[in-house]
Design a protein around this ligand. Structure first.
Ligand code: ARG
Length: 444
């Protein structure tokens, strides 16, 4: 093999990150072999002793990874054989690297999903703390990025919570299908030894065994699903990022983000840039790319295993890293976000955010909604001419647009009145927001 081919075909540089999973799966396989009488108990003891040393060497950073040994599996097996002799050579009985690598990736992804769920929960918990502090803080809700109606900042943050809650559910679902044991499929057709796959599955915490040996070694749909769930998760964080960037812009000035998550400019001394949010938005693209890479990797492969599958790891690992880093930093950053309520309120005023409340009021008094809509449109134009918000118009002025208006209009037109009136499940009233936070905490 030429140096070039060796480098082209080797994967150890990136698959060595699965070494813990590789050792764990090999030990479970060895215990099964001994239990079934396929290898003697003394071999199992030797394998366990050798693996313990290998773990110590890797942890100490003294294990020598060799490109000549292609991948993480051969590197560890070769070292084991050097350490314990024939017992190391018997480890691969009834197994192939094809079912070995499929097992390692599934274990790795399962571990990664568990880590990601912890970080996601941390983010959500900090998000709920912020939502609770801002449960009654009025801000404009937007449609078409134009001021629409008053909402509370807490309500807006709870929308983020709902988005990420579904992300967590999707990941839990991916985990369930990932958590199946390929070992026993061997190269593709199963093995002639009297193996016990259920035992290995139980040892490794798998919920079941892959039921077809060809499928077990060849499909990477679980990795694709993870990238799909991750792509959606990153899409959500990208949207949050976009909002944070907008809100930090002085024209909005709705929030402050703690300095430690922002950077300055090398030329403009006054700049404070929301880099973390921008990067999260930018990194979303690479996760979409990994999803496309894996789908494309899979689509042309005949059954069963093909070396193409070695290309599953870098996209998958980078998706794991990107999601993990994004969640870790967002969990901290969300605690460093604070509202600027005065600016939010000023935007509400300029946007005539309670216009719909006036229309609803007239409708309640018997005017058909479409007529109410028209009357309020005229009232807004008048307020704009006078440079005031709707509640600042006099009673006489308001009555000129509809005789149905009386004194009781004024509490309706205040931001607080508008918020309080949207008092149903899923609505933005501070009471509903606080109730939603209680429900959300219960789900964490
Ligand atoms: N490094 C390989 C991979 O990542 C392991 C399996 C190789 N199997 C084989 N028969 N060459 O897929």
């Amino acid at each position: 093999m030429s140096e070039l081919v060796k480098r082209y075909t080797a994967s150890v540089d990136f698959d060595k990150r699965m070494w813990r999973q590789d050792v764990r799966a090999s030990l479970a396989h060895a215990r099964m072999l001994a239990r079934q009488g396929i290898i003697p108990a003394s071999d199992l003891a030797d394998i366990q002793r050798g693996m313990a040393q290998i773990v110590a060497e890797i942890e100490a950073g003294v294990f020598e990874w060799s490109l000549d040994l292609e991948d993480v599996h051969l590197n560890i097996e070769k070292r084991l054989t050097t350490l314990v002799g024939d017992a190391g050579k018997r480890l691969h009985t009834g197994r192939s690297r094809n079912d070995q690598v499929a097992t390692d990736i599934r274990l790795y992804l399962r571990d990664s999903i568990d880590d990601i769920q912890v970080l996601l929960t941390q983010f959500q918990s900090n998000l709920l703390d912020l939502a609770e502090r801002e449960a009654a803080t009025p801000m404009p809700g937007f449609t078409h990025l134009q001021v629409a109606q008053p909402i509370t900042f807490g309500h807006h943050l709870l929308a983020w919570f709902e988005m990420t809650r579904r992300d967590g559910e999707r990941l839990a679902d991916v985990r369930r299908r990932t958590n199946c044991l390929p070992l026993g499929a061997a190269a593709l057709a199963g093995t002639t030894y009297a193996i016990d796959r259920e035992f290995v599955a139980a040892e490794l915490g798998f919920e079941g065994v892959c039921e077809n040996s060809l499928d077990a070694v060849s499909d990477r749909d679980f990795a694709i699903e993870f990238c799909a769930a991750s792509a959606i998760l990153m899409m959500h964080f990208s949207r949050m990022s976009e909002e944070l960037v907008l809100w930090m812009n002085p024209r909005f000035a709705f929030v402050r983000i703690a300095d430690r998550f922002c950077t300055g400019s090398s030329i403009m001394p006054q700049k404070k840039n929301p880099d973390v949010a921008e990067l999260a938005r930018g990194k979303t693209g690479r996760v979409y790319g990994h999803l496309t890479a894996l789908l494309t990797l899979m689509k042309g492969q005949p059954l069963a295993y093909n070396k193409d599958n070695q290309e599953d790891k870098e996209p998958l690992f980078d998706a794991v890293d990107t999601v993990t880093d994004t969640l870790r930093i967002y969990a901290e950053m969300i605690s460093g976000v604070s509202a600027r309520p005065d600016n939010m309120r000023e935007a509400l005023r300029q946007g005539f955010a309670t216009a719909t409340d006036l229309a609803d009021y007239l409708t309640r008094k018997g005017l058909p909604f479409r007529d109410a809509h028209e009357a309020v449109g005229l009232a807004v134009r008048r307020a704009e001419e006078l440079g005031v918000d709707l509640p600042q118009l006099s009673l006489a002025e308001l009555q000129s647009f509809s005789p149905l208006v009386s004194e009781d209009i004024f509490p309706v037109l205040t931001v607080e009145g508008s918020l309080a009136s949207r008092n149903h499940l899923g609505g933005t009233s501070p009471d509903q927001v606080r109730a939603a936070i209680v429900r959300a905490r219960g789900r964490l």
